[in-house]
Design a protein around this ligand. Structure first.
Ligand SMILES: [Zn+2]
Ligand SMILES: [Zn+2]
Length: 151
């Protein structure tokens, strides 16, 4: 049984210039296997811990990276270029923090994996829910968040 630590949570980029604080419990944890995430993270998949936007604070200079398309803004530390978080245009009330920024990243194992259509075959994660693409609606996402909260 995984421990579920209580907020607040803290984290930092590789060089420490960007510091984050989260004052609420996470809404959902995800791994994304899409090709874009593989390239953005220079890894086999991205890890996201989703928080309410108003529970998120960030100090230090960040710059936008990635393609800047698809209504997704990806923010990186200006000094070390560590990928820190993303803001989705259609979801201004939520923030997608890169899980590995968190000091206690091991406690935020991915509950959901998405875009398994593009998954590298050996890149397995212990997600409880898998999607070939993305959850199809806001209701489907809300159901996942409810299940995550109840775990
Ligand atoms: Zn940095
Ligand atoms: Zn992705």
């Amino acid at each position: 049984m995984m421990e579920h630590p209580d907020p607040p949570f803290t984290g930092a980029c590789l060089c420490g210039a960007v510091q984050v604080t989260l004052t609420a419990a996470p809404l959902l944890t995800l791994a994304c296997h899409c090709r874009g995430c593989q390239k953005l993270t220079a890894s086999a998949f991205s890890l996201t811990t989703m928080f309410p936007r108003d529970a998120f604070s960030c100090t230090g200079a960040v710059i936008k990276g990635g393609l800047g398309t698809g209504g997704r803004a990806h923010y990186f530390c200006k000094s070390c270029l560590n990928f820190v978080y993303s803001q989705i245009e259609g979801a201004p009330q939520r923030i997608n923090l890169r899980t590995t920024v968190l000091d206690d990243a091991a406690s935020f194992d991915p509950f959901v994996e998405v875009m398994t259509d593009e998954k590298i075959p050996w890149a397995n994660v212990p997600a409880v829910h898998s999607f070939a693409k993305y959850p199809e609606s806001y209701e489907a996402l809300q159901t996942l968040m409810d299940a995550y909260a109840a775990r």
